[in-house]
Design a protein around this ligand. Structure first.
Ligand code: SDX
Length: 431
């Protein structure tokens, strides 16, 4: 098939240039826009990169209008129903679902890399007890680059694999240590005989004074939530990891940058903000007042957990989590959960409102996840940390894909300059 091209004409000068079109396996084509600057001396301008393809990737595909999410081609609904977080980690990192021996070896590798260097555990003592755990987690991950700088040849595939296993294995330990520090309780060491999520629960909630019962319902709920948060294409935090990694920086530093970006309430910090919002709303009777505030441009209030840059339909992950809420709450004996009832009413009323319908604002992944985290006894300040634990594998998969791409270049966007034209310095005595 003849190469597809777009023609661009500068109407003022009549100058034309041809822009090659590149097609993926599914989804919109992209325009190679290099000729725009070469032939016309201009840049494209796309604040927030809403209409810009920053890279080629084979990991995740999203169709925002259809509410479709595929990981290496597999629909999120099927992975949520049939897979496990360890299997999804293998899939995202390697591109294919593992056979049983490969899955067992991968799981064993992760289980045997969960301990932290004892010196890293001492970092937590430098934080005040009320430090936000996202600050502790991003700092400790960045500090890992001080410990593993000598075994980190990013162009060595084996070094990249060791990094991937280390950070995926250790992020729950790092998160649990932050939680224990905030409680003033002793750290609980990881156990190699427990599954990824059972180990997490044990490190979060066990205390030395008594045995801790690991509820399989809770472990299963966490496994599902981690599958649903594992990766999401070129979102803000993943793009941050790619940009930081494109400089050749130590990958632990790049992941730490991803944690920092995820923390924002417009991104992963929304799950924590949703719970605060629901508590602020308080009752179903108050919902209309808050929906009015969300629509009022003069108020800075937004319905947290609503809207998405890409999804202009239901976020498929929100649907799955909403369904899981019913099952998890019932299994945990919380048949009447006021937060969940309020969230359901808020969704129902908002989706009947023209403002939300016209702007295609639907619940996103963060709208219901906090209901389950709360039901599991995880404190609100740890919700975004839970998101970071799951998203670490996505960040690593994208970092690996970028670093192993021979065509990789340092990321360096341009700008539209609207500042002062050139002017000469004036001494202070003349100002
Ligand atoms: C995640 O990118 C990813 O994939 C992210 C993520 C992932 O898995 O990595 O999916 C995870 O970050 C989910 C999003 C979590 N954030 C929130 O729930 C915070 C609340 N939502 C918003 O702030 C907002 O919807 C964003 C940030 C998610 C998307 O912002 P956009 O794409 O820049 O949209 P916008 O701000 O331009 O909004 C378009 C219109 C505006 O109104 P108008 O100017 O057209 O009149 O919709 C309005 C906005 O004011 N709007 C909202 C709203 N979200 C958008 N109004 C009220 N409440 C909201 N939540």
């Amino acid at each position: 098939m003849a190469d597809k091209k777009f023609e661009l004409t500068d109407l003022a000068s009549g100058k034309k240039s041809l822009l090659p079109v590149k097609s993926g396996t599914i989804g919109p084509d992209v325009l190679d826009i290099a000729a725009i600057n070469r032939d016309h001396g201009v840049f494209t301008h796309d604040p927030g990169f809403g209409f810009t393809s920053a890279c080629e990737s084979r990991i995740t595909y999203i169709d925002g209008d259809a509410g479709v999410l595929l990981h290496r081609g597999y629909p999120i609904e099927q992975l949520a129903e049939k897979s496990s977080f360890m299997e999804v980690c293998y899939l995202l990192l390697n591109g294919e679902l593992p056979n049983r021996p490969d899955l067992e070896k991968f799981t064993n590798d992760i289980q045997h890399h969960t301990m932290l260097n004892e010196s890293l555990l001492r970092f937590y003592n430098g934080f005040h007890h009320n430090a936000h755990p996202m600050a502790m987690v991003s700092a400790v991950i960045a500090s890992m680059s001080a410990f593993y700088h000598d075994s980190m040849d990013i162009h060595n595939p084996r070094n990249r694999e060791i990094f991937a296993h280390r950070i995926i294995a250790k992020i729950p330990t790092i998160a649990a240590a932050a939680h224990k520090h905030s409680l003033g309780q002793p750290f609980v060491y990881p156990r190699n005989d427990l599954s990824y999520c059972a180990n997490m629960l044990n490190m979060f909630f066990a205390v030395p004074c008594e045995p801790y019962y690991i509820d399989p319902v809770a472990a299963e709920a966490l496994d599902l939530l981690f599958i649903l948060h594992a990766d999401h294409e070129q979102n803000a935090s993943t793009s941050t990891v790619r940009l930081a990694g494109s400089t050749g920086a130590n990958p632990y530093a790049a992941i730490s940058a991803g944690v920092a970006a995820l923390w924002g309430p417009a991104h992963g910090g929304a799950n924590e903000a949703v719970l605060s919002m629901l508590e602020q709303i308080g009752t179903v009777e108050n919902i209309p007042k808050y929906i009015a505030m969300a629509k009022d441009k003069n108020s800075h209030f937004r319905l947290m957990g609503f809207g998405h840059r890409v999804y202009k339909n239901f976020d498929p992950r929100a649907k799955i989590i909403r369904g899981a809420c019913h099952k998890v709450l019932e299994s945990l004996g919380q048949t009447s959960n006021p937060l969940f009832e309020l969230a359901l009413s808020l969704e129902e009323l908002a989706l009947k409102d023209d403002y939300f319908i016209e702007r295609k604002l639907y619940p996103n992944v963060d709208f219901y996840s906090g209901v389950i985290y709360s039901a599991l006894g995880i404190p609100r300040s740890m919700f975004t940390v839970m998101f970071a634990i799951a998203r670490t594998v996505g960040w690593v998969a994208h970092w690996q894909e970028m670093i192993s791409d021979p065509a990789m270049r340092i990321g360096r966007p341009r700008q539209l300059y609207t500042g002062s034209v050139k002017r000469d310095y004036v001494g202070v005595e003349k100002r």
